[in-house]
Design a protein around this ligand. Structure first.
Ligand code: UDP
Length: 328
């Protein structure tokens, strides 16, 4: 029998791709999801248990039922803008839910934990490449909530020996090239799917949030990483823990930043279609530039991203966007 791995948020964008990668690597993923933002039809690679991470009794039941060897924890609210207007939502779900999950894992003696964190924990640090030793100064509640969970994990390691790998993601993009799973948020807030909506006429235009940033073309710079490369790193992180290599933090990005306008230009080239644009105001909580120093994952985990270039990310997202799956 394959080793069971819990995947919280397995019905969501990154979690569903992680389930596919885990299955391909010989693990048995079990999705835990409350379907607040996920989709049951995205759970294709193993059992589904519906419940909320703040529900300790439910968690104790599912840990007893499956005895997983590890937890991969993706479930979280992740919209920077919303986190600025509704911080309680982020602290309750992302922090209280994670704390309850970590307590339940330790109680069940499941001592291997992979956590989905974010470059938003670093905050707005002008024109520096951010590596794992950079100071963490989040400027939005989303980043603050993820940083708090990182601290919870460190404390639980000190107290109980909880082994954990923390991945700080830069901007995750693209989809499964086979379009078995993909990206669908309701409402959608992310740049590439919104742009594809504008290209396909599903929306009137893409609004660029701010053109007066201190960057060469005035728009924000981000480091985009393909979701398949990202979840591949998680499988390596799981092996790292199973090999007893201990707790570690890894950035996941490419080290290359692209402005919003550059992403728009690439999308025009990939789709061969026009992107209607509106130049709008800045969005609260946005950092000017987030670019990863990502050698650690390459050197220590042996991570070799293969699809994290804008052309493949946009082409894969476009294929998914044009498949019937995208319409819910
Ligand atoms: N962005 C934009 N228009 C949109 C959505 C996003 O200009 O409709 C910009 C946003 O300001 C940021 C970048 O695109 O600079 C990536 O934003 P996204 O929401 O995709 O990810 P985030 O960086 O917030 O995690």
């Amino acid at each position: 029998m394959s080793d069971t791995v819990f995947v919280t948020g397995g019905a969501g964008y990154i979690g569903s791709h992680a389930c596919k990668a885990l299955r391909a690597a010989g693990y048995a993923p079990v999705t835990l999801d409350n379907l607040s933002t996920g989709w049951e039809d995205a759970v294709k690679f193993g059992p589904f248990e519906r419940g909320d991470l703040t529900d300790r009794a439910w968690l104790d039941d599912v840990f007893a039922k499956y005895a997983p060897i590890a937890v991969m924890h993706f479930a979280a609210f992740s919209q920077v803008g919303e986190s600025m207007t509704d911080p309680a939502k982020y602290w309750r779900n992302n922090v209280v839910g994670s704390l309850t999950l970590v307590e339940a894992a330790v109680a069940a003696k499941c001592m291997n934990f992979v956590f989905s964190s974010t470059c938003a924990t670093y905050g707005d640090q002008d024109n520096v490449v951010l590596d794992e030793n950079s100071v963490q100064l989040p400027i939005n509640s989303y980043g603050a909530s993820k940083k708090a969970v990182e601290e919870i994990l460190a404390n639980f390691e000190q107290a109980f020996g909880l082994n954990h790998v923390i991945f700080r993601y830069f901007n995750v993009a693209g989809c499964d090239p086979e379009a078995e799973v993909g990206e669908f948020h309701q409402p959608e807030t992310h740049l590439i799917p919104l742009m594809l909506d504008a290209i396909s006429g599903k929306r009137d235009a893409l609004t660029i949030f701010g053109t007066d940033y201190d960057t060469p073309d005035g728009t924000c710079i981000r480091d985009y990483v393909h979701v398949c490369d990202l979840v591949g790193a998680h499988v390596l992180g799981l092996k790292w823990l199973m090999d007893g290599k201990g707790s570690r933090v890894f950035n996941l990005g490419t080290g290359q930043g692209f402005s919003v306008r550059e992403v728009v230009d690439h999308s025009r080239a990939v789709t061969n279609m026009d992107v209607p644009i509106i130049e709008g105001e800045r969005r609260a909580g946005d950092c000017t530039k987030l670019v990863s120093g990502s050698e650690r994952a390459v050197v220590e985990l042996g991570w070799t991203p293969t699809r994290s270039n804008l052309k493949d990310m946009i082409a894969d997202a476009w294929r998914w966007h044009q498949s019937g799956h995208y319409e819910k």
